[in-house]
Design a protein around this ligand. Structure first.
Ligand code: 2PG
Ligand code: MG
Length: 400
């Protein structure tokens, strides 16, 4: 591929914060990509370059000047070669010089352009690049928002419905339950990810409501993202104004799992508490504590930050059995694919994920399908940026 043109500009994400949209051209073909932005970010993530005024002006400048000058007219034999070139050009371990947001916008746009040049759907190009078998991911739809995404009105950040089956079967079910949930909750605000943001005074209440709503749907279960790094203060966890030691939080998870149909728990402990993850893994999935039940997924997000090396450590230490994959945590498509490969090499599940600050870009839907992910987190049904991902999954189903 020989790139003729590269240009980035600022657009607004769902939180009305600026982010980058980058356009790349070759051989009269043009592709565009924009990058999302997280709020409950892990400290080990690649660096999102933001200026002190909150803008992404420096990141845009880096694409339009240094990156454009370095790659326009240069021949790249493969996308991996281009991504490696960008990593080297940046030269820092966490992409803090040029910005992971700047680099990823180019990496995704180039991936999309290359699929166009080959005249194959993006998900197919991703599966060929990754050496993975495409598969429809389960939808993990975030129906109630808490934590930093909703001023801690609920202790955990995300309460999701997980639906078995392909998107065209799963989406109508979620739409139905989402509408029923809306009626049940009445007039409550929306959280950052397009789910409801109610206030409850017990940890159990959201689980009781969801369990009741899904009882007539056998293909639906519940997932949470505790995003526990945000609850962690001075060695213990704060939930609804009460403080819990890690062992007490482990008991809370045990009790939730024994009472409600739980599919997975993401980031149950803070980002540097791998040992507590491992204890929870052993406890939840030991036959004596969960008689006859299927495996509960313990999912790493802030713990693993889509970083192949961190994923390797976490899987070796049996800290988790599923890994969240967010391309913008690492900064190139190449490394996001390596993160999936590291997860699969350990025999575990990958769940592709959007960020809480999203754009209309649907790359993550193609990525989830192309790498054959176990699931996709794409948010609630109350925001157009989230719906766009589900729409793209429906299109992919027809293309496949
Ligand atoms: C998460 C994400 C996405 P954020 O923690 O998994 O749901 O949130 O983008 O704010 O990190
Ligand atoms: Mg998370």
């Amino acid at each position: 591929m020989r790139i003729d043109h590269l240009e980035a500009r600022a657009i607004l994400d769902t939180r009305k914060k600026p982010t980058l949209e980058t356009t790349i051209s070759a051989n009269t073909f043009t592709a565009t990509a924009s990058v999302p932005s997280g709020k409950s970010t892990g400290s080990h993530e690649a660096c999102e370059l933001r200026d002190s005024d909150g803008s992404v002006a420096s990141a845009i400048k880096n694409v339009n000047e240094e990156i454009a000058e370095a790659i326009i007219g240069k021949r790249f034999e493969s996308l991996d070669e281009l991504d490696s070139f960008l990593i080297e050009l940046d030269g820092t371990p966490n992409k803090s010089r040029l910005g992971a947001n700047a680099i990823l916008s180019v990496s995704i746009a180039a991936m999309r352009l290359s699929a166009m040049l080959k005249d194959v759907p993006l998900w197919k190009a991703i599966s060929e690049r990754a050496g993975t078998k495409p598969q429809a991911p389960r939808l993990f739809v975030n129906v109630m928002n808490g934590g930093v995404h909703a001023d801690f009105k609920l202790p955990f950040q995300e309460y999701m419905l997980v639906v078995e089956g392909k998107t065209s079967e799963a989406l109508p079910i979620v739409q139905e339950i989402f509408a029923k949930l809306g009626e049940r909750l009445g007039d409550v605000p929306m959280g950052d990810e397009g789910g409801y943001a109610p206030t409850f005074d017990t940890i159990e209440k959201p689980f009781e409501i969801l369990t009741d709503l899904i009882k007539e749907y056998p293909s639906v279960s519940i997932a949470i993202d505790a995003a526990a790094s945000e609850l962690f203060h001075n060695g213990s966890y704060e939930l609804l104004n009460k403080t819990y030691a890690p062992e007490e939080l482990t008991s809370i998870y045990g009790s939730i799992v024994s009472q409600f149909p739980i599919h997975s728990i993401e980031d149950p402990f803070s980002e540097n508490s791998g040992e507590d993850f491992a204890k929870l893994m052993a406890q939840l999935n030991s036959p004596s504590t969960r008689l006859g039940a299927t495996t509960i997924l313990v999912v790493g997000d802030d713990l693993t930050v889509t970083n192949p090396a961190r994923i390797k450590t976490a899987t070796e230490n049996k800290e988790l059995n599923a890994v969240l994959i967010k391309p913008n945590q690492i900064g190139t498509v190449k490394e996001a694919i390596e993160a999936v490969q590291a997860t699969y090499a350990a025999g575990f599940q990958a769940i592709a994920s959007h960020r809480s600050g999203e754009t209309m870009d649907t790359f993550i839907a193609d990525f989830a399908y192309g790498v054959g992910a176990h699931g996709i987190k794409a948010g609630g049904l109350g925001q157009k940026e989230r719906l766009e991902k589900y729409k793209r999954l429906l299109e992919i189903e027809k293309e496949a």
